[in-house]
Design a protein around this ligand. Structure first.
Ligand SMILES: NC(=O)c1ccc[n+]([C@@H]2O[C@H](COP(=O)([O-])OP(=O)(O)OC[C@H]3O[C@@H](n4cnc5c(N)ncnc54)[C@H](O)[C@@H]3O)[C@@H](O)[C@H]2O)c1
Length: 436
């Protein structure tokens, strides 16, 4: 199968650059035939990765052939979970490079912590596999750029796990904003008040649990002692593996903001915040943070207060599009329009709460598998993921430098700020090599 895929790729290489289609063997598959089957492997099985896999398996002719995790207990638990929903037993693998080398595998789901998104995605693209990779696309701006280049160079489909892009009510809101329904857009405010920081007490370093390949879990990140406060799920609060609430939830909601401004990146970014509430806890990222992104005639604001729940407009998290004629507020539950009032008259019609259908995720996975078959770019193509992850990382870099930064989108660099520039590119621990 692979050889057919490769020869197809070679023949169509010349067509690729100008085409919105991404060539691949899937184009020659006949829907419903055995040859149409898509073999999936999951790398990183504990949380979101397995959730993604479950939705993939709801689709016809999609099969899981391998599970990969550096933690044996996670691997075994997920193998037994899978046995309840799938007929075939998957291969169980500790080292993801075996997944990359496995020619039976067409699609890889990357559900690892953020510092482990880049290499599996780039290697999978290089090996001719399509990828569903979780958000944020990567743990640095440089890695995001490399992943975009790899997917284009090797003509692979890469869908990023920002499932709101597939949600009907998010699409409706963005269309309304762009149609001018709330007048000229002045500000987009996105916020997330979540259980971050308060529930992460500091615990001493310890030996890694039996069955965990901790060196492989660390991978390209700096050498550091094992600590359960930085392990499963908790890695989000440590810079080496994640970027806190801003790259976790912020990336989802800032993506909606970027969508409404056609992906345009800001000219400037500044941020204040700190660990104001949970200093004694296991947290390096800010528990309290505000970021301002400057454009010529509007600004985007991100705000989070970890451990608190009273957000804005009665919502713990969301996005508010604020225009001259009204405000549209949206989150995963639904959306509403609150008009501005002038001379006692509403400037536009009120729209009371519209419930969401809560089908974003299954639609997102369906769109990915359709793209694998059709070779059309997916709805949250890697470039979209690259842009929203970049926006989130820019906010954290502004916070960490304490400077108001200027962004040069053409060069994909900060202007004249060596501290900020240094935070664009990670340095990989040997033997892992940052792809060029
Ligand atoms: N789209 C969404 O709504 C959403 C929701 C939650 C999480 N996420 C994203 O999903 C990703 C995973 O988050 P999580 O909460 O499930 O994390 P987690 O820590 O619970 O699970 C990650 C798993 O990856 C494994 N792993 C780590 N390094 C590995 C490697 N080199 N090879 C194989 N397995 C490896 C870990 O052992 C663990 O089992 C993150 O990027 C996160 O941002 C997305």
């Amino acid at each position: 199968m692979k050889s057919t895929r490769r020869s197809f790729l070679q023949k169509s290489a010349a067509l690729i650059a100008a085409s919105p289609f991404v060539p691949g063997i899937a184009q020659s598959r006949r829907a419903g035939s055995p040859a149409d089957r898509i073999n999936v492997a999951l790398i990183g099985c504990n949380g979101m990765g397995f959730y993604n896999l479950q939705d993939h398996l709801k689709l016809p002719n999609v099969e899981c052939v391998a599970l990969c995790d550096v933690d044996e207990s996670v691997l075994n638990r997920r193998a037994s979970d899978l046995a309840k929903i799938a007929s075939k037993s998957p291969k169980l693998v500790r080292d993801f490079r075996r997944i990359i080398d496995d020619k039976e595998i067409d699609v890889v789901i990357v559900g690892t912590p953020d510092h482990w998104h880049c290499l599996p995605t780039v290697y999978a693209c290089e090996a001719g596999k399509d990828v569903y990779v979780e958000k944020p696309l990567a743990n640095s701006i440089y890695e995001c750029d490399v992943m975009l280049k790899a997917s284009r160079k090797f003509n692979r489909i890469v869908q990023v796990g920002q499932q709101q892009r597939s949600g009907a009510h998010w699409q409706q809101v963005v269309e309304l904003v762009k149609s001018g329904r709330i007048g000229r857009l002045r500000k987009i405010k996105a916020w997330g008040f979540f259980e971050y920081g308060r529930t992460s007490p500091r615990v001493p370093d310890s030996a890694a649990p039996a069955g965990v390949d901790y060196d492989l879990w660390l991978g390209p990140a700096p050498q550091r002692a094992f600590n359960t406060g930085r392990f499963h799920g908790n890695w989000r609060f440590s810079w080496d593996y994640g970027g806190g609430l801003l790259t976790d939830w912020g990336v989802h909601l800032l993506d909606i903001a970027l969508w409404a401004v056609d992906g345009k990146m800001p000219n400037t970014v500044q941020s204040i915040g700190g660990i104001y509430a949970y200093k004694g806890n296991q947290i390096e990222t800010a528990d309290t943070q505000t970021v301002l992104y400057g454009y010529d005639d509007l600004h985007i604001e991100w705000e989070h207060l970890g451990g608190l729940h009273n957000g804005y407009y009665g919502r713990g998290y969301g996005v508010a599009f604020i225009g001259n004629d009204g405000t549209i507020v949206v989150n995963r539950e639904g959306w509403e329009l609150i008009p501005e009032v002038e001379n006692d008259k509403p400037k536009t019609e009120t729209i009371s709460l519209q419930q969401a259908d809560r089908a974003d995720h299954i639609k997102h996975v369906t769109n990915f598998i359709e793209s694998v078959r059709s070779r059309k770019l997916p709805i949250c193509d890697v470039e979209i993921g690259r842009n929203s992850a970049t926006l989130a990382h820019m906010g954290n870099i502004a916070y960490r430098t304490g400077d108001k930064l200027q962004w040069d989108q053409k060069a994909r660099q900060f202007v004249s700020n060596s501290k900020a520039t240094a935070l664009i590119t990670p340095s990989y621990r040997k033997p892992w090599k940052l792809p060029e």
